[in-house]
Write a protein that binds this ligand. Structure first.
Ligand code: ADP
Ligand code: MG
Length: 483
């Protein structure tokens, strides 16, 4: 799951476009933003919330922070700190997992405000939700985000099969439920659309048959709810609840690693759905076989149906995604500007979305159309940071760490495969991710010749398509490099 929760609506409906008074305020904040060189988001948000958010950032993993806390907008209203979640799904997740942390953090900052969760954005609250218990029960169980559909999932070489498999699953579930590959397992690095596809299946099924019960849950939430049930002696109710749907979707199954008791429960849940011929859809960051720390019986079950990998999108697909997302926000973007962003950010779609939001914010502030020069200006800092992040040095360190080697060993002249392969991978990544020349790379690898680097590059390029382990290793190393 990712930036989908950062719905772009708030940007489109920025206050200064609507209300003159707020426009002045926004411009004043923009001015402080330019002067203080703080980010757009900081300039626009509530100061109490800024402090609180900074403290929470120290307390929870950065991925969780980016995913859940960062998208919240805050506003002081009637003696309370109103926190706006972009949709019901996020609202419930915050309510279940972070509201206490937020409350405690505010208290530790001596802030007398009580947090209250609302749905929508500061500019356009959709509805106030005093108690999420008032939501209709079925909607609560579904947890399906309506924004994630097949229509707005841009297809390319690297995700075509995954999308087709997802659409097929949605159709088969709707017709008979029989003959479908079960489970359907999506795997791939973060931000490539696994969660989007799961929700798209949910939306497609519900469109045809709103009575279908779909249970989408993040693995972390599964584990937390189970712990809760164990503490309160309500395991029977938990089991009934988790087994009561027509379709079970469990996201980011890597969270089950080393959680034995949860794995046990997952195992029985899986068997229950499977034996009733009900669709199970799973997602994880790696192939099920590579989920080290997961029981063998689960790994094998996860591979019973169809396992589909998603790779980072190619340049053209990235451009198409940018154009589609920009249009969805109500803006036009020329091809050359989309290509520039796509070329600069190659890792995952979530990062592309982050960059795009910056671009749109600049377009709104300056009230200019999006052009190549506007994009370059808007992304200047981001691209500088990116370029500084990935260096020969950082690649060598990251690769050595990934393979549990000392960097000196990896750079040594020794030729055994356990050292030579990581060395070649590091050379490959240096060629791929930095602007350094082959001789410069060779020099940094213990004074090797440029032909050695070229050989390594070709060798690894071949292995990526023939050896799934090498392919997955490289994806993960790139992720560690935040590339
Ligand atoms: P994952 O679950 O693989 O980490 P997500 O499904 O959360 O990734 O996707 C991250 C963001 O990128 C979401 O906002 C999603 O809508 C978007 N996204 C990913 N792939 C595509 C695509 N092919 N077309 C459109 N949007 C995409
Ligand atoms: Mg996900």
């Amino acid at each position: 799951m990712g930036n989908f929760i950062n719905t772009q609506a708030p940007l489109v409906n920025a206050p200064f476009l609507i209300d003159k008074r707020l426009k002045t305020l926004a411009l004043a904040r923009l001015y402080s933003y330019i002067k203080a060189k703080v980010s757009y988001e900081e300039a626009m948000s509530d100061p109490v919330w800024n402090d609180c958010r900074d403290c929470i950032k120290e307390k929870i993993p950065s991925g969780e922070f980016d995913l859940w806390i960062n998208p919240l907008q805050a506003k002081t209203e009637q003696g309370k700190l109103a926190l706006y979640a972009p949709n019901q799904f996020v609202l419930e997740h915050i309510n279940n997992h972070y509201l206490n942390t937020i409350r405690q953090t505010l208290a530790s900052l001596q802030c007398p405000l009580d947090p209250v969760l609302k749905k929508g954005s500061i500019n356009e609250p959709q509805c106030t939700t005093p108690s999420i218990k008032k939501e209709p029960k079925a909607a609560q169980k579904r947890n399906i985000t309506p924004e994630f559909t097949f229509d707005n999932f841009v297809e390319g070489e690297t995700n075509r099969f995954a999308k087709a498999a997802a659409m097929q699953a949605a159709n088969l579930v709707e017709t008979s439920g029989l003959g479908n590959p079960n489970p359907l397992f999506f795997y791939g690095s973060v931000g490539l659309g696994k969660t989007h596809l799961m929700h798209a299946i949910g939306n497609a099924v519900l469109k045809k048959d709103p009575s279908k019960k779909i249970l989408y849950t993040h693995s972390e939430s599964f584990v937390n709810q189970m712990i809760h049930a164990l503490q309160r002696n309500t395991m029977d109710a938990f089991k009934r609840e988790i087994r009561s749907a027509d379709i079970l979707m469990i996201d980011d199954t890597q969270f089950f690693i080393r959680k034995e008791r949860s794995q046990e429960e997952l195992f029985h849940t899986f068997n229950d759905y499977y034996s009733k011929n009900q669709q199970i859809i799973l997602a994880s960051d790696v192939h099920p076989k590579r989920l080290q720390g997961l029981q063998e019986r689960l790994k094998s079950r996860f591979s019973w149906g169809l396992t589909v990998g998603i790779d980072p999108p190619d340049l053209e697909t990235r451009s198409a995604i940018i154009i589609s997302k920009t249009n969805a926000m109500g803006f036009d973007i020329p091809n050359e500007a989309a290509l520039f962003i796509a070329n600069s950010i190659q890792s995952n779609v979530r990062e592309l979305e982050g960059a795009l939001k910056k671009v749109v914010a600049h377009a709104q502030f300056t009230q200019q159309p999006i052009t190549l020069s506007l994009v370059k200006m808007a992304l200047h800092d981001l691209l500088m940071a990116h370029a500084q992040l990935v260096t020969i040095d950082s690649i060598q360190q990251t690769v050595a760490k990934y393979y549990n080697l000392k960097r000196n060993e990896m750079l040594s002249k020794r030729r055994n495969i356990a050292l030579a392969r990581p060395r070649q991978i590091a050379m490959y990544l240096c060629k791929k991710l930095t602007n350094k020349s082959l001789p410069e790379i060779g020099e940094s690898f213990g004074g090797r010749d440029h032909t050695t680097v070229l050989h390594a590059f070709r060798k690894i390029t071949d292995l990526i398509s023939s050896d799934a382990d090498i392919h997955d290793d490289i994806q993960q190393i790139k992720e560690l490099l935040s590339y």
